[in-house]
Design a protein around this ligand. Sequence first.
Ligand SMILES: [Zn+2]
Ligand SMILES: [Zn+2]
Length: 241
Amino acid sequence: MMGMNSSDPDSATLAEDSAPPEYDGCQPAGGRSQRTLPGLHMLKLSVGPLDNNAYLLTDPISGAQILIDAAAEPDRLIAEIDRQRLVGIVTTHQHPDHWQALPDVQAATGAVTYAHSLDAAAIAPSKDAPTITNMLEEGDELALGQVKIGVIHLRGHTPGGLALTYREPAGRSHIFSGDSLFPGGIGATATPEDFAALFADVSEKVFANYDDATWVYPGHGNDTTLGAERPQLPDWAMRRW
Ligand SMILES: [Zn+2]
Ligand SMILES: [Zn+2]
């Protein structure tokens, strides 16, 4: 038997020396991972049965926070949130798996709720629950203390899909893409017209405007970068999904 137990001096040393693993954007369903970027802290929580990602962004100076997609498991989300400093909850699009926890998180925090105007009416948890209070459009900015979070409108997965952007002071960008862009493809579309719209928007508003180092945080599953995906754009256009 190998002598690996808690009293083993070598394993104790290993445990003390091991730094937290570098953030790679990959975690199992149900996981929790954090990333400290220049100017922004990011927490990624996988919630619910569909491995939905909720992202909690925090300005390290003011503590102001934005939650992207209160998708499920409100208790887990609320436990991570600073209720005094949550300035808003953004829902990336109208699909119900992205807002199952929205009523509970909104009630617990009193936060303003944001979505694109074309999807907002369909984000309707129940007759009594508060729905979306604030509309977002292409080019809007959300202020998180001194941190600016940009808004991109991506049509096709739904009419009012949103991606949110953060640019580090030194220039590297980060895009929270909802269900519009994943590793290996754009989001699911129902018709050829929807595919054409989403492919055009992702090409023109994301790939044409952001460099290969740009990090992509999707609405489900693992992260990617634009550099990893860019070579596949012609294939996506050919296969039409
Ligand atoms: Zn969706
Ligand atoms: Zn989804």
